[in-house]
Design a protein. Structure first.
Length: 184
């Protein structure tokens, strides 16, 4: 559902990570076992949510985060994040970096509220549509489907959406069954 040369997010973009994988006992937050780390970027247009990008990452370190940002966000954009150390290279990479501090926000406010809304909607969609039964190996395919649907949420023509999906299928390299069954 994703074109290989799609337009990157630009302008003001919120970025944060979330864990996907249902309720598990044990450690919470970064480093929790049995869950998959997903990085989310939300483009803001006039303080409203625009397009999104989602992708699984191995770790919330600067190498994985920098790769995601380089592939999905236009240079020169303003990136809003929390104070996590994985975002330290953004200025070197030619992005403007705004760090939202928790002390500035009220107790009930999120640092990156739009990313948190997307994370909540994603988890609800996975729970409702897929009954929370998703393989971590195939999670990127589900994330691509979610981004496709979300980015076209305001479309007035369902027929045109079907046309876009078919066009993308024709333009995209074929993915054979073996790769679908055993993604790497």
């Amino acid at each position: 559902m994703v074109l290989p040369n799609r337009e990157k997010l630009s302008g003001i973009v919120e970025v944060d990570e979330t864990l996907v994988g249902g309720k598990k006992t044990g450690k919470r937050g970064r480093g929790a076992e049995g869950k998959t780390l997903v990085i989310i970027a939300v483009e803001l247009i006039n303080r409203r949510m625009g397009r999104v990008r989602l992708e699984t990452i191995e770790q919330a370190d600067r190498i994985c985060i920098n790769e995601f940002i380089k592939n999905n966000i236009e240079k020169g954009s303003t990136i809003v994040t929390d104070g996590w150390k994985g975002y330290t290279d953004l200025k070197k990479m030619k992005y403007e970096h705004i760090i939202e501090e928790k002390t500035v926000k009220l107790d009930d406010e999120n640092i990156t509220p739009n990313v948190h809304k997307i994370a909540s909607l994603l988890k609800r969609w996975l729970l409702g549509t897929h009954q929370n039964f998703t393989s971590s190996k195939k999670l990127n395919y589900y994330l691509d489907e979610y981004a496709f649907r979300y980015n076209r949420r305001k479309s007035n023509s369902r027929g045109y959406l079907f046309y876009v999906l078919l066009r993308q299928a024709v333009l995209h390299e074929p993915i054979y069954g073996k790769k679908l069954m055993n993604p790497q």
